[in-house]
Design a binder for this molecule. Structure first.
Ligand code: ADP
Length: 189
């Protein structure tokens, strides 16, 4: 049986979104990306979007209570019953605790946390390249460096949390998209 309740963890630029999309095709479960949902909220001008925008533009984390609300609502939808690929959530200890509690209530614990490992220099150059291609407002150099610092300080400690739960698999994130996809495949078996 392939695991279908998954979390992709890793620094900005590690390739979580790319691999999440391949996993959606393969496993037929939805990608839940809080970054995408928050950007949609900003674009629509909703209350959540208004609260999130300033934090996102600076590369800071949006407050836990906002993000937890967004993620919980999405996980409650019917299509997430048979599985999900969490991408960019949780990013703090409080978010991880909220997720643990939610999944415990449902009796559907997380099966795998795939941690994508990529060196810092490679991340910065990928993110600056993406900035040119997509023009995301949080991809300039200073903001990129802030997002990486935020990752190291607030999100990287979650690696130990998931190691402790026995679901962590580390995946080398360097190489072609296909190489990484097949490493992930192995980590899900
Ligand atoms: P990245 O390329 O940095 O992984 P994302 O698209 O996942 O980018 O997120 C972009 C921004 O959205 C983050 O810098 C942050 O401001 C906000 N964000 C996304 N997910 C979360 C979260 N789980 N907690 C707090 N803020 C978040």
């Amino acid at each position: 049986m392939t695991a279908s309740r998954l979390l992709l963890l890793g620094p900005p630029g590690a390739g979580k979104g790319t691999q999440a999309k391949l996993l959606v095709e393969r496993l037929q479960v939805p990608q839940i990306s809080t970054g995408d949902m928050l950007r949609a909220a900003v674009a629509s001008g909703s209350e959540v979007g208004k609260r999130a925008q300033g934090y996102m533009d600076r590369g800071d984390l949006v407050p836990d209570e906002v993000v937890i609300g967004v993620a919980e609502e999405r996980l409650a939808r019917a299509d997430a019953e048979k599985g999900f690929i969490l991408d960019g959530f949780p990013r703090t200890a409080a978010q991880a605790d909220a997720l643990d509690r939610l999944l415990e209530r449902r009796g559907t614990p997380l099966e795998r946390c795939l941690c994508m490992v990529v060196a810092d220099d490679e991340l910065v150059s990928r993110l600056l390249k993406r900035a040119e291609l997509e023009g995301r407002s949080d991809d300039d150099e200073e903001t990129v460096r802030n997002r990486m610092r935020v990752y190291r300080e607030q999100t990287a400690p979650l690696i130990d949390h998931y190691r402790g739960l026995g679901v962590l698999r580390e995946v080398d994130g360097l190489g072609s998209v296909e190489d990484i996809a097949s490493r992930i495949e192995e980590a899900l078996a």
